[in-house]
Design a protein around this ligand. Structure first.
Ligand SMILES: Cc1ncc(COP(=O)(O)O)c(C=O)c1O
Length: 255
C-alpha cells in the first residue's frame, strides 16, 4: 500500500482503524504519513523496521509477517521479499518488547495465485505458534491477516472455493471463534482481476516465409509466419505476463 492508496481509502470515508499498511519494509515518509493519518496498524518482518517505526511512530500497532513453513506452489512467489521464518519470529517479538513497541498480531501471504491450499493450513499452524509466543511475552495478540493468494477467475486449477474450505477448517482448528480474534484477508487479485478488459490496436503486420524472406504476397502453401504488432507490450499492460505469470491464470481469457 502506498500513500495514494491510503489517501484514496481515507477519502471515501473508511476509518483509519480499518486500514493496515501491509508492506513490511516502509519508506520513512510513509510511516510519518500513516502516523499523521492515524493509520496505526502496520506489518514488519525485520529488526531495522522495528527501529524505524520506534523513532517515527512509537504508538503503531504492529503485525508480524511470517513466511509459510515451506514454499507454497503459486504463480508468483512473495516469499523472496517479505516474511520472517516462523522459527525466527520470537527474536523479532523480543526485539519489539525490548523497545516497548506493541505487537497486535500475525500476517502472512502464501504467494499470488495459490496452487496448494494445504500450504495455507500449514501456515495457520505456524501463525498460531507465533501468536502464543507473542502472548507469552505479554502482547495482546488479537489480529490474524491471511493476505491473498486467491484466484481472480473461475477457470483456474485451484478454485476460490477449495481455498476457502481449507481456510475455514484451519481457522476453526487454530483460531476458534470463541477467542474473538480479528481475522482479515487481503484478496487483491480476487477483487480486481476480472475488473478490466484491455483493448489494443494492431499497428503492423509482418509476414515471413519459411525461407526467412519477408513478403507482402505470401505463398500460402508455404505456411508463412504472420506476426501482428500491437500498441502495448510487456513494458506496459503486459508486464504481468513476465512477472506474475498471469497467462497461466487466465487461460480462458483473451488478452
Ligand atoms: C501484502 C499484500 N497483500 C495482498 C496482496 C494481494 O495478493 P493477491 O493478489 O494474491 O490477492 C499482495 C500482493 O502482492 C501483498 O503484497
Amino acid at each position: 500500500m502506498n500513500k495514494v492508496e491510503i489517501q484514496k481509502i481515507l477519502s471515501i470515508g473508511v476509518s483509519p482503524s480499518r486500514i493496515i499498511y501491509a508492506h513490511p519494509c516502509k519508506q520513512s515518509s510513509l510511516i510519518r504519513f500513516s502516523a499523521n493519518s492515524n493509520v496505526e496498524m502496520m506489518t514488519f518482518d525485520n529488526e531495522s523496521e522495528l527501529h524505524k517505526v520506534k523513532s517515527l511512530f512509537p504508538t503503531a500497532k504492529l503485525v508480524l509477517r511470517i513466511l509459510p513453513p515451506s514454499k507454497c506452489k503459486c504463480l508468483w512467489d512473495l516469499s523472496i521479499k517479505s516474511g520472517v521464518k516462523p522459527a525466527k519470529a520470537i527474536h523479532l517479538l523480543r526485539g519489539a518488547k525490548s523497545i516497548e513497541l506493541d505487537v497486535k498480531g500475525v500476517s502472512f501471504h502464501v504467494g499470488g495465485g495459490c496452487l496448494e491450499p494445504e500450504a495455507m493450513a500449514a501456515t495457520f499452524k505456524e501463525a498460531r505458534m507465533v501468536f502464543d509466543q507473542g502472548r507469552d511475552l505479554g502482547f495482546n495478540m488479537m489480529m490474524l491477516d491471511i493476505g491473498g493468494g486467491f484466484p481472480g477467475h473461475a477457470s483456474v486449477p485451484v478454485s476460490f472455493h477449495s481455498i476457502a474450505q481449507v481456510v475455514n477448517m484451519a481457522l476453526e482448528k487454530y483460531f476458534p471463534a470463541e477467542e474473538g480474534i480479528e481475522f482479515i484477508a487481503e484478496p487483491g487479485t480476487y477483487m480486481v482481476a476480472s475488473g478490466f478488459t484491455l483493448a489494443v490496436n494492431i499497428i503492423s503486420k509482418r509476414i515471413e516465409q519459411r525461407d526467412g524472406e519477408l513478403t507482402d504476397q505470401p505463398n500460402m502453401s508455404d505456411n508463412p509466419v504472420v506476426m501482428y504488432y500491437i500498441s502495448d507490450g510487456v513494458y506496459g499492460s503486459f508486464s504481468t505476463l513476465r512477472y506474475d505469470h498471469t497467462a497461466e491464470d487466465q487461460s480462458s481469457h483473451s488478452m
